[in-house]
Design a protein around this ligand. Sequence first.
Ligand SMILES: C[S@@+](CC[C@H](N)C(=O)[O-])C[C@H]1O[C@@H](n2cnc3c(N)ncnc32)[C@H](O)[C@@H]1O
Ligand SMILES: [Zn+2]
Length: 376
Amino acid sequence: MQLDQITTITEGTTKILALKQSITDKVPPQNVAFFNPKAKLSRDFSIIAYSAFLKKFDGPRLFLDSLAGVGARGLRVANEISDVRVIINDLNPSALELAKKSAELNGLTNFEVSENEVCRFLSTFSKKGHRGAIVDVDPFGSPARHVDCGIRATVHKGLFSVTATDLQVLHGIFKDACKKKYHGVPIKTSYSDEIAARLVVGLINVIAARLDVEITPVFVENNMHYYRIYVRVLNKPDTQNRIGYIWHCRTCGQRGASHEQVASCNQCSSKTEHAGPLWIDRLFDKEFLLNMLDEIPKFQIDKTCEKTIRKCILEADMGPCYYTLDEIAEMRHSSPISLLKIIERLQKDGFDATPTSFNPTGFRTSAPIGKIKEMF
Ligand SMILES: C[S@@+](CC[C@H](N)C(=O)[O-])C[C@H]1O[C@@H](n2cnc3c(N)ncnc32)[C@H](O)[C@@H]1O
Ligand SMILES: [Zn+2]
């Protein structure tokens, strides 16, 4: 790799060496040392999520970045969060060379690199006493094949974070592939982003259950390119069943979640469509989110992080399946009203109503569809 091909990027307070091509090309090349500048926001969220987690974590503070590319996430964790040992892994030696140079540039002594196949790397940490406090799996496409070794390498009460970028699969363009990889299928709705996130959590839950491990989602985050799921891992069998279906009525627009499929709509009795099996329980842990909020002032991160976390806090205890202003306006053949107004009106009528972090025009409510339409 020649020096004139390399550039230095600063994210947070960390200097990251990457190939210039990763910055100039529309899509960063995958086969050379991988770095995606567009994923900065996802790394900003990781910094506050990991920092919030470690603040309450009692045990060896080891972060395993199992698919690290040039090490952007691992370098930031090692440099920006105090007292963490970071080991990054990738199959690509050129990426690791850059990571090592970046570590020197930042003066890091708590940063190691490993060149190995992801599951081989993680399996060297799957023995009791060697596991990571935080394990990250950030592949190209679906994380499905790495979830098992990721969970095995995460310590009891640890944090496991996962990225999924196979959006076409999760949005139902390839339904068979989705069924194979995630054990469930999506349906096309205005809240497809939530369905996609629930399919990923559902998969993690199914694999964890096989290993007698309980998982609890604490934070979920998405944008146009990816879903990021953060789950707490407990090394004990899960006694609850939190897998089920989302049912959706195309006639009146009502939606809901339940353990079993619901054949007809509870508002208009029409036949329903189903997504799933998928995760139907909470996606957020309010206490964890409040801790994330507390961490924000310590770091140089994007302003939108705070806005998003505040929305997550509001929606943390709400039920599944949000609505969007556009879809209700379309049903009513009217122009959309403001999000704030609809939330206020619903609350005034005694219903729970909050915005959602999944969609800027989305809202969650306990009101039935008829009531929501009336408000427009
Ligand atoms: C999406 S990138 C990781 C990006 C990185 N986590 C970040 O935040 O910038 C996926 C990485 O996985 C690596 N990779 C792909 N298959 C692998 C495997 N089987 N074992 C180890 N690394 C692998 C690729 O070389 C690539 O660097
Ligand atoms: Zn209906």
